[in-house]
Design a protein around this ligand. Structure first.
Ligand SMILES: C[S@@+](CC[C@H](N)C(=O)[O-])C[C@H]1O[C@@H](n2cnc3c(N)ncnc32)[C@H](O)[C@@H]1O
Length: 346
């Protein structure tokens, strides 16, 4: 989608057009404007543009014409849908695009643009990203929503059932951890994240009493890591420089304790089956070996330049980082969507 198309989408989301039409549609433009408290004529312009973008339908057999939602808008653009991506769109519209306005500066300086875009020093990266409670919540919710779409294929790329104790390092609000616990009923999943994130998770995404998911406050760069058979690093390594990644990976124990049974990993074109023992599941978008594609991952890499200390990498680059920490056996599952799963063992 070109930028102007995306801005139409962002505005329609912000105004609640898709929520309204999913719940109360079809409605004519005047009815939509009355409920959203917007200008009738401008609303009609927006609605017609959404129809051309195939985000809405328009029924001209009735008078006045009635606008309705599409399967796509009901599924991904309405707040009430379990697969809703509205927080992600809102974060993109309000925060991400403001840093993209400084791309030339980022390339000149080779660094993120939190200072230029928001006046926030990024000496401590996540202090800049979490510069207000509102930003922190929006960021975490945006990331959490993406697992509704990308979580299941990522978590079933390998059979993780032999890993009874799983730790999701930097697991945010715990969306991926909950899916993992649901898919693997014998697992317990600990979500380790910064104290201010765990506080948000406990307030906004509380766990049921007997949940097999629990939150743990900690700094994965400094504090001792919990005992686990498998550590998940989902969209963590792409935040950091190679040095910081090596430091983090070196802190992960490869064989914390013997597993009750060895991990069963289906045959892979990348090599023989995984060996028994502790492992690391890296979830990231992968660049091709020569770094020249795919475009979606290249754009994510530009996004990482603008907002983090890291970048997207190829499977070979992750292999080198993992091997330096002793995880020399790597299996890769790509073609799952935007994210690939890489299972590494020692
Ligand atoms: C890009 S987000 C990824 C979140 C989650 N894994 C996902 O994919 O949705 C990075 C996560 O790492 C956490 N994080 C950053 N620095 C950390 C640290 N030093 N210790 C623990 N967690 C940290 C952040 O709070 C955030 O939840």
């Amino acid at each position: 989608m070109s930028d102007k198309r995306k801005l139409v989408l962002f505005a329609a989301c912000e105004l609640g057009v898709f929520d309204l039409l999913a719940e109360a549609g079809p409605l004519d433009a005047i009815g939509v404007a009355a409920r959203l408290d917007t200008s009738p004529q401008a609303t009609e312009t927006l609605l017609d543009t959404c129809v051309s973008l195939r985000l809405l339908t328009r029924d001209a057999t009735v008078s006045p014409a009635a606008y309705g939602s599409t399967r796509l808008s009901r599924t991904f653009l309405a707040r009430g849908s379990p697969l809703s991506q509205t927080h992600l769109l809102s974060y993109t519209a309000t925060t991400v695009y403001r840093t993209w306005a400084h791309l030339a500066s980022a390339v000149r300086e080779g660094r993120n643009q939190h200072l230029r875009a928001f006046g926030a020093s990024s000496r401590d990266l996540f202090s800049a990203i979490y510069r207000s409670e509102e930003e922190r919540l929006l960021f975490l919710r945006a990331l959490q929503q993406t697992w509704g779409v990308h979580g299941p294929p990522t978590l079933t790329a390998f059979d993780l059932s032999p890993f009874a104790r799983i730790c999701d390092l930097g697991g945010g609000l715990g969306g991926l951890a909950r899916q993992c616990a649901a898919l693997y009923p014998n697992s317990r999943v600990t979500v380790l994240d910064l104290p201010e994130v765990v506080a948000v998770a406990r307030t906004h995404c509380p766990l049921p009493q007997d949940a097999r998911v629990n939150f743990l406050e900690g700094d994965f760069l400094r504090d001792p890591l919990p005992v686990a058979d498998l550590f998940i690093l989902a969209r963590i390594l792409h935040d950091w420089t190679d040095d910081r990644c090596r430091h983090l990976l070196a802190r992960i124990p490869g064989f914390p304790v013997p597993l009750s049974r060895p991990p069963v990993v289906s045959p892979s074109p990348d090599g023989p089956g995984a060996r028994a023992g502790g492992g690391v599941l890296v979830v990231e978008s992968l660049l091709d070996a020569d770094g020249r594609g795919p475009l979606a991952t290249q754009l994510l890499s530009v996004n990482m330049l603008l907002q983090t200390e890291g970048r997207e990498r190829s499977a070979g680059e992750y292999h080198a980082l993992l091997a330096a920490a002793g995880f020399s056996h790597l299996q890769v599952r790509s073609g799952l969507g935007l994210y690939a799963a890489l299972l590494a063992t020692q």
